[in-house]
Ligand binder design. Structure first.
Ligand SMILES: [Fe+2]
Length: 185
């Protein structure tokens, strides 16, 4: 389950309802999904999409999303650092950013137009929906692994626009939860 921190206010939320409620005040949707039938985190993309088809269709109807895919990123992914460098600086999109985490973890930072920057560590079972225009940045955790369903309104229009505010550099890209190194218990 996600952990939400307000670093500069020394406040942590680890309850799903409290997290959803806080994020709702920023127009960010947070949900936890359970599959319609058991599915392995490393099952084929087709099987994963099928297991969550009900939730995906609900969200598509709500937000006008037209496609869903599964993205896989891990330490062995060619060009990983270049890929991460695109997203770990503060940016926004003219599309919603919708991610449902199937496996692994990641750290979103969001800078609301008013109020403190929030840090949200997400893991398997977490859905995050950042509306278009939301200032945010994203890092992987130390295990550098994430698998997620993405939904798009128009995949060809999804590009990062950088704010160049420099705020991202004042936050540590370090996850909060216990470290899981693949292959280690
Ligand atoms: Fe983004």
């Amino acid at each position: 389950m996600a952990i939400l921190k307000l670093i500069n206010e020394d406040k942590t939320l680890a309850d799903r309802h409290a997290i959803a409620e806080y994020l709702e005040t920023l127009d960010i949707r947070y949900e936890q999904w359970t599959p319609e039938h058991p599915v392995e985190p490393r099952a084929s993309a087709e099987d994963v999409l099928e297991a969550y088809a009900g939730e995906i269709e609900k969200l598509k109807a709500l937000g006008g999303y037209v496609t869903a895919d599964v993205i896989d990123v891990n330490a062995q992914t060619p060009g990983l650092d270049a890929m991460l460098a695109k997203f770990n600086r503060e940016h926004w999109h003219d599309e919603d950013e919708v991610r449902f985490i199937i496996h692994g973890r990641g750290l979103f930072h969001v800078r609301p137009k008013e109020g403190p920057v929030i840090s949200i560590e997400v893991e398997a079972g977490d859905l995050m929906l950042l509306p278009k225009g939301t200032w945010h940045w994203f890092d992987l955790c130390a295990d550098r692994e994430i698998r997620a369903i993405r939904l798009f309104q128009n995949p060809s229009g999804w590009a990062p626009y950088y704010t160049e505010s420099g705020v991202d550099k004042t936050f540590q890209p370090i996850c909060f939860g216990p470290l899981h190194i693949p292959g280690q218990v």
